[in-house]
Design a protein around this ligand. Structure first.
Ligand code: PLP
Length: 280
């Protein structure tokens, strides 16, 4: 565990744990029942989840279908190009239908197109199996802590982390969407689906969305660059953790773990490469 040193934190200690949530969410979703079946899932055109499913499908020999929100744009962006390179078939849903993607009406259309036994994974991969995968994380953190924090998109990661916590510790999620009051009901539903009960040890902070999903501000951009963290999820959570700590929201002596759920941003094109060789 790497400690984040900042004099403004006072006696609150903040530790970073690097742990990509995508493989955890997929692990129990890729069991033997998938053999000879297609796996279909949903995401926006920049979705990390779409890329993770495509990569896992390639590794496990499972045919994957990505249902992408909105219209196709060519050339494909890097996420979708990577997904197709892994063998994922892309299909697009107009935004109105996409909002209804988890309703029986749209699911029936997708099953008619991709086969009645297609396995459908919800957006963000958050289902009971994903929650059980994320619940394995707290047990793997060797050090002692009081609070564990993570970003919240669809709620599966927080639902799992909270479910895996020993008594006496709590989980704090940071919503990356604006107006995300509905997420608490989602986290509760996911815990009920996975374990039949809701743990009382978690909460969601709604104050650090920076304008909404994938929105940013110059302050957040500078913070993400300064800490070398991914912007859409991780920077919002980490900014929130540090801001709350400075405001005294954690009691002195509290040990806070912030889970860095994403990869660091790729270096900007052309930056810092000593190996740039010109080929003529
Ligand atoms: C880096 C990162 N962190 C956090 C999340 C949010 O996880 P969840 O949708 O389980 O709330 C995602 C979602 O894809 C993500 O890519």
């Amino acid at each position: 565990m790497e400690e984040l040193l900042d004099p403004a934190l006072g006696r609150v200690r903040v530790f970073l744990v690097h742990d990509d949530n995508k493989p955890r969410k997929l692990r129990h979703n890729l069991g033997p029942e998938l053999r000879h079946r297609r796996l279909l899932t949903f995401g926006g055109a920049h979705s990390n989840h779409i890329r993770a499913v495509a990569e896992a499908g390639a590794r496990h020999g499972v045919e994957t279908i990505g249902v992408i929100r909105g219209e196709p744009h060519l050339p494909l962006n890097p996420v979708l190009a990577r997904a197709t390179a892994c063998g994922m078939t892309l299909t697009y849903l107009d935004r109105a239908s996409y909002r209804l993607k988890h309703t029986e009406q749209v699911l029936a259309r997708l099953r008619a197109r991709w086969g009645q036994d297609v396995v459908i994974l919800p957006e963000g991969g958050s289902n009971a199996a994903a929650v059980r995968g994320c619940a394995e994380l707290p047990g793997e953190i060797g050090e002692d802590y009081d609070v564990i924090c993570c970003p919240v998109g669809t709620g599966g990661t927080l639902a799992g982390i909270s479910a895996g916590l020993p008594e006496g510790r709590r989980a704090l999620g940071f919503a990356v969407l604006k107006g995300a009051g509905f997420l608490a009901a989602e986290v509760a539903r996911l815990q009920r689906e996975a374990y039949g009960r809701v743990r009382p040890n978690w909460s969601i902070n709604l104050d650090y969305h920076f304008g909404g999903y994938a929105r940013t501000t110059p302050v957040l951009d500078a913070f993400a660059a300064g800490h070398g963290v991914e912007r859409i999820y991780v920077a919002k959570m980490l900014y929130g953790v540090l801001d709350l700590a400075r405001q005294g929201a954690f009691a002195p002596g509290t040990r806070v773990v912030a889970v860095v759920t994403g990869q660091p941003p790729a270096p900007a094109a052309g930056s810092g490469s000593a190996e740039l060789v010109e080929h003529r």
